[in-house]
Design a protein around this ligand. Sequence first.
Ligand code: GDP
Ligand code: MN
Length: 386
Amino acid sequence: MNIHEYQAKELLKTCGVATDGGFMAQSAGEVEQRLGEVHGPPYVIKAQVHSGGRGKAGGIKLARDHDEAISFSNQVLGMTLVTAQTGPAGKVVRRILVTEAAKVEQEYYLSLLIDRSAASYMFVGSTEGGVEIEKVAAQSPEKIIKVSVDPMTGYRPYHGAEMARRLGLTGDLAKQLGTVMAGMFKLFVEKDASLVEINPLVQTKEAKLLAIDAKVNFDDNGLARHPEIAALRDTGEEDPNEVRASQYDLNYIKLDGTIGCLVNGAGLAMATMDIVKHYGGSPANFLDVGGSASTDKVTEAFKIILSDPAVKGILVNIFGGIMKCDVIAEGIVAASRTLGVTVPIVARLDGTNDEDGKRILAESGLKIIPAASLSEAAQRIVKETR
Ligand code: GDP
Ligand code: MN
């Protein structure tokens, strides 16, 4: 789960990391009322959307005085921000963060993530802050500094000292970096984060280290332990179908192809997408209905696929184990009846109760094309959607 910059900064602050503060607002009127809380002018007005690259896209503005703060707030609120991460449709800005403008001397990059291959935590730092770190990694990999933290010891001051040395920070600044890293580590572990990123971490003219942009991702599987984190979710930032799917406990990810896929099991879903690609098609989604879905859940999954206007055909690929093929078939029939399907459906059912499932589909009177194997099913749906 992603959260907004202003929420990430609030969490970092509770862990002892200095930020540029400020407040979140949803209207220019609110900004007018609360601007006095922020040290300034100048002020920074920042679009709050779940995406980086906002600066380049025009979502971050430096306001020289009170009036500019209000007019920029009006400008940014409601604008559609198109960044490298949002896709061409962009994201509508519904919230802004108003902060004091930091007097930036130097920008650094600092993040904490999990290094799965080393089974440890890893801090990543760079003197090339503010810009896209992927570019730095591609163009000048020697500027990416990695400091791994053994989960058995956790964060220790020597991790901070090493990062400071390699970033060229000394004296009090090195000490401040240690505080920032200790705070990031605490947040990461205590709240089951999967990424804590500060870009940029700035050194100000007053020789203070401040987080002026922050991004935190959480492991969805840990959210049940942290209701206060789950409450930070802004579903307005997510794909509406993905939100709907999560309410039904379906693993759904929208993709940009034309063949809707309904599959049980994540591995089978991956294999299905591969084989669709292999035969020249392109999947419209990843959808794993899980190992033990009810008819209701399957019906909902089908509705979600059908509500995507890009879908030109549907491939159902079920391998019945705990999941019974007849349950899937009933879900497909129920959803098709209520929604009136006009696109072709190819179904491959195998495993537990597959004969019952096939019979239910055949007797439904709906035009559902049966397939005996996965490769036959994939070739058929690709042909049907050409
Ligand atoms: P992003 O573009 O979505 O990553 O948003 P950021 O919050 O990182 O802002 C982009 C850039 O704007 C930063 O790298 C800074 O160079 C600049 N910026 C943001 N806030 C301030 C500020 O308070 N003072 C100054 N001088 N620059 C800022
Ligand atoms: Mn940034």
